[in-house]
Design a protein around this ligand. Structure first.
Ligand code: HEC
Length: 180
């Protein structure tokens, strides 16, 4: 095999190898700078916040036993409320993360709502308002846990109301501002 016949292959491969190397280097740099917080707001809302709060709001659907004034959750039901409140407790820290992604890159805005990039910008511009909403979510969750530990039925309903109100108030400010 002559040197000439090898040359074109080398010539073609070199940029490919260089590019692959550059990708490998970039990836390791990105990983070093931003450790594994890849949860998006969208996933957190759909995968954690919705299910856990629904489970807590189920308290409002319980019926009082015959002759009793208010419902009396069983130990298993209190435990289920507790498991869900504990899961929800992780949401505020994620929502406060610096490098928080709103939705996977390129996710289009649904009608009447902001695109993820616009939400991210608004979140930075109105940081204090965002923080206030996240605090309410955190307080509502803490109140639910206190209610559960005290087996206080009225208090878990009140905590549920706090959690219910903050969904809408945060969404109206940051997801579809200007809509009623
Ligand atoms: C701190 C602000 C904030 C709070 C509090 C909040 N959300 Fe959200 N939520 C958002 C934002 C921002 C989006 C839009 C994300 C996107 O682009 O899909 C969203 C989107 C959603 C979605 C749509 C997810 C999807 O699959 O597209 C659901 C469902 C949701 N939230 C449920 C809730 C519920 C239930 C509560 C209250 C218990 C709540 N959220 C509280 C900020 C918040």
């Amino acid at each position: 095999m002559s040197a000439q016949s090898v040359f074109p292959i080398n010539h073609l491969l070199k940029p490919v190898v260089t590019a692959l190397f550059a990708v490998a280097v970039n990836t390791s740099l990105v990983q070093a700078a931003e450790p594994a917080n890849t949860t998006t707001v969208q996933e957190l809302m759909a995968g954690v916040v919705t299910d856990t709060t629904n489970a807590l709001w189920n308290a409002a659907l319980l019926e009082p036993p015959a002759g009793a004034e208010k419902p009396v959750p069983t130990d298993a039901q209190w435990q289920e409320f507790r498991d869900n409140a504990l899961k929800l407790q992780n949401a505020p820290a994620l929502l406060m993360a610096d490098n928080l992604q709103i939705a996977p890159a390129g996710t289009p805005a649904t009608e009447g709502s902001l695109a993820p990039e616009a939400i991210a910008t608004l979140r930075k511009e109105k940081w204090e308002a965002w923080q206030a909403q996240v605090s309410i979510l955190q307080e509502g969750t803490a109140a639910a846990l206190r209610a559960i530990d005290a087996k206080d039925f009225d208090a878990i309903l009140r905590a549920g109301d706090t959690l219910y109100a903050v969904c809408d108030s945060c969404h109206q400010q940051f997801w579809y501002p200007g809509q009623q």
